[in-house]
Design a protein around this ligand. Structure first.
Ligand code: SF4
Length: 78
């Protein structure tokens, strides 16, 4: 799955939502989150993000690693 990371916080541009073919990107309190079970790994959201906040889960920068779990936990609890 793709993952939204720190650069989205307080930005929430939402261009990613318009690109996602399965509507698996959800707005949270301060950032967007991608549902890992619904994401089909198409990659369309990544170039749409003006903040470069979206990464493929296996290429998330090390310092952003906590966001992999944060995306999953947040969307599954909603
Ligand atoms: Fe949606 Fe594709 Fe991005 Fe997954 S990779 S969140 S399916 S646009």
């Amino acid at each position: 799955a793709y993952v939204v990371t720190e650069a989205c916080i307080d930005v929430q541009d939402r261009s990613c939502m318009e690109e996602c073919p399965v509507d698996c990107i959800y707005p949270g309190d301060r950032m967007m989150y991608i549902h890992p079970d619904e994401c089909v790994d198409c990659g369309k959201c990544m170039p749409a993000c003006p903040s470069d906040a979206i990464h493929w889960e296996y290429k998330v920068p090390a310092e952003q690693a906590a966001f992999v779990e944060a995306n999953a936990v947040t969307v599954r609890s909603n």
